[in-house]
Structures are given as C-alpha cells and as structure tokens.
Write a protein that binds this ligand. Structure first.
Ligand code: CTP
Length: 424
C-alpha cells in the first residue's frame, strides 16, 4: 500500500494537521479504538492538491468515545450524534480555518428499495469504503501511529484520479442512491474529470429513479450545485443527461436564461442571492411548468415565490410599456411581484420601455410611503383595523401621483375619504 504521510503533513494546512495529529494520539490511547482513518473527499482533495473541505473520519471501534475525546482536545462542545453512530463536531467557535468534523463508525449499508435511506450496520473499513459513491471518494488514509499515512484503496480510486475519471463502485449505485447522479455531475465538472463510460450508461439507465427522491433531498442536491463556482457547466450537463427533466418535466434552462447565465459567469456576476439566481434560471418557464417545479422542490417559500413571481410578472409586464401609466399604477402591478423576479427580468428580459418602469419601481417607487402614520389617524379618531390600512394605501397612491405633497394634505385626504370607507 502506498504511504501518503507526506500529504497529511506537508500538503495540508496547520489546522488539518492539528486534527490529524490529535487523531493519532487518541487512537493510540483508546483501547476500544482499533483504527482511525480520514476518508472520502479530504483524501481525494489532498491527492489532487486542492483545498479540502470538511473532515470525514471513519473509526473502527468506539466512535462515540473517540469523537468525545477529539472534541474535548480541540476545545469544541461535546459532539452530537446526528444519525446512527455518526458524530458531528461543531468547530464553528474554534480558530478560523478549523474544518468541521464528522466521525462515523465504520459501517456497511444496504438499501431496502431504490432511493430509500440506507440501513446501516457496524462493519469493517473495507465495507465502509465499498458502500460509497465513487472510487475517488472511496479511499482512506490511516491516522493511527502503527500505519500512519497508509492508503487503503480497494476500488483503485488513486488510479481513477490519475486517469481523471468518475467511476461508480457497482452497477446498483445510482438505483440505491439517485442523489449520486447529481454528485457525479458536480465532481466531474468541479474536478475536470470525465464520467467513465459504464458509469455514464448506468446514469442513463437509472435517471428515472430521481423521481423516487423526496423534495427535500432533490432540493438539497440542487442547492449544492447552486453553490458551486462552475454552476453553469453543471446545469448544462444536467440538462444534457436529462437530470433537470428527471427532477421535474418542465425544468429546463431556456436558451435566453442559459446565455445570460454564461455572460454572468464570465463577468463573475452570478447573483449571490439564491432566489434571484433561481429566478434567472427559471426565466421563461410557463405557469404549469413553474407550478410543477415549485411542488417538486417543496419549499422554502422564497424559492417558490421567485419561480411563480416570474410567471406573474410575465402576465402583467406588457402593461408597463404604456406611456400614460401613473406611478401608482406601476406600484399596483409590481407590489405583489418578488424583487428577485423583477431583477431576473431586468437581467434576462427584452429591451422594452417596461424595463425603465421596473427600475423606477426598484429604485424609487417602492420606497414611497405616506408621511402620516396609523398613529396620526388614531389621533383623528379613526379606529385601528382594515379601514386604516386602506386609507394609508390610498394616501400612498396619491403621494406617488403627486396629488398630495405635504403631511397636512395627506391627513386631509384621509379624513375626507373616511366616510366612503365606512359606508362600504
Ligand atoms: N458519500 C456517498 N454517497 C453519498 C454521499 C456521500 O458515498 N450519496 C460518501 C463519499 O465517500 C463522500 C463522503 O461520503 O466522499 C462524504 O460526503 P460529502 O461530504 O457529501 O462529500 P465529500 O467527498 O466530502 O465532497 P465535497 O467536497 O463535495 O464535500
């Protein structure tokens, strides 16, 4: 077995080295721990000389005692058991650069049915590596002193890193866990690897299983993609392999949206606001498609609002081209549209006069508020309740159109219109 101790020391940052060294000490000291390994993405990234992410540790033996001791030595709070025999160490209060740490008991996993969550049993390191998604993620490096730095690589992930390819460990991998299709796209683009041909065939055969995933799991995978710097390439590939359509039949990135995303990507201006990014991506979808997608993703509410907001805006936006439109009418149309959908329209929509109206709303009109408040109306003897809200809105509209220009005029207007509201 090759020895990668070099990677654990010279190639990783001080914060990672500190964790690795502590693991070695604890593993030597605890009798009920037979081995401790760093596994998965960190091994892959250290070999590739990329900045690694969270540390995943696999313990052969008592992972609960091990993780408790590790958090105490790091100065972190006691670990929390997140799933069966999996312990999370929260490092957010530790010095900057300390990675989050997940400790799992080496395990085997079986899937009762496609896309179900796995049934877990305590197992060997070999089983723990063979339950994983891709060969490049199925490597472990020992952190115990007796074999410090030894690479355990039953699926030849090292060879696949050298060949720059993403390869599953067995034919049922995507059926067991269709989230791995998203992962294959993410890793291939992020690492600049190709998806090996058998793996690619298996993706085509099992793409329909994405349908078995819950909305929360699909959304989680989609969000992970949105957070990637090469998002646009990932979306293109997801569309090509049918992954977007497998999420929801109407989910596609239209030609215009794709062109805009590419331009934003080149100028490094992809919106950091996720709802705005979603609104740009989903620009141009029709009402049914948008409704299906929102239902498939099951929340959060701002996601749904942006996607449906695009459709609502598309329905009414043409009116904004009329030159005679009053500011209050612009406000009436745009008040119910989420800002993310308006911003998406400005980015991806056609160059018509309506753009000026949307800009005017975003920059100025939405902030116009009456000078008078509910308290002023109470002092005039107007009772709290829906009537008060309607009066204030009426004053706001009048102010927008320049019909009232002072506090006094606002109050006069409200008082003069009160009888009409009371009789309605
Ligand atoms: N894993 C898996 N199948 C999944 C999710 C995770 O086999 N559906 C395994 C892989 O071995 C992976 C490890 O669990 O390496 C940790 O998962 P995760 O943190 O999601 O991935 P990383 O490899 O750490 O990669 P990333 O850099 O994307 O976080």
């Amino acid at each position: 077995m090759p020895n990668l101790s070099q990677l654990l020391t010279s190639k990783s940052s001080t914060e990672y080295q500190r964790v690795f060294n502590m693991c070695r000490e604890i593993s030597d000291q605890l009798d009920n721990v037979d081995g401790v390994y760093v596994v998965g993405g960190v091994v892959r990234d250290l070999i590739l000389d990329r900045q690694p992410g969270d540390i995943d540790l696999s313990v052969v033996g008592d992972a609960a005692s091990f993780s408790k001791e590790l958090s105490s030595r790091l100065g972190a709070a006691p670990p929390s058991e997140s799933q069966f025999q999996t312990f999370k160490i929260d490092t957010s209060d530790l010095p900057a650069g300390t990675p989050a740490i997940d400790v799992v008991t080496a395990r085997s996993e079986t899937y009762a049915e496609p896309a179900a969550l796995p049934e877990v049993a305590i197992g060997t390191l070999d089983q723990d590596l063979k339950r994983r998604d891709f060969s490049v993620n199925a490597m472990a490096v020992s952190l115990s002193s007796s074999d410090w730095g030894t690479l355990v690589d039953p699926a030849n992930g090292f060879g696949d890193i050298m060949r720059k390819r993403i390869k599953v460990l067995h034919d049922g991998s995507f059926v067991d866990d269709p989230t791995r299709i998203f992962r294959a796209v993410r890793y291939s683009v992020r690492l600049g690897f190709t998806i090996e041909s058998r793996t690619s065939d298996l993706i085509s055969k099992s793409i329909g299983n994405v349908d078995h995933l819950s909305g929360a799991r699909v959304r989680n995978e989609f969000e992970l993609m949105l957070a990637e710097t090469q998002l646009v390439d990932m979306l293109r590939i997801s569309e090509e392999i049918g992954l977007l359509a497998a999420i929801s039949p109407g989910l596609r990135i239209g030609a215009k949206a794709m062109q805009v995303l590419e331009e934003m990507n080149e100028s490094d201006s992809i919106p950091s606001d996720k709802s705005e990014l979603l609104a740009v991506m989903m620009f141009g979808l029709n009402e049914d498609e948008a409704a299906q997608i929102v239902e498939r993703f099951q929340g959060p509410s701002n996601w749904g609002e942006s996607i449906i907001g695009n459709v609502d805006l598309a329905k009414h936006v043409a009116v904004l081209d009329q030159p005679s439109l009053l500011p209050s009418e612009v406000v009436e149309i745009l008040d119910s549209i989420p800002e993310s959908s308006m911003r998406a329209y400005l980015i991806a929509g056609p160059p018509l006069p309506r753009r000026d109206r949307i800009n005017q709303y975003l920059e100025k009109l939405q902030f116009v508020k009456p000078e008078i408040t509910g308290n002023d109306l109470i002092q005039e003897g107007i009772p709290e309740g829906p009537v008060m809200g309607k009066l204030l809105e009426l004053v706001r509209r009048a102010k927008l159109d320049g019909q009232v220009t002072s506090r006094e005029e606002e109050l006069e207007l409200a008082k003069s219109r009160l009888p009409g509201f009371l009789t309605n």
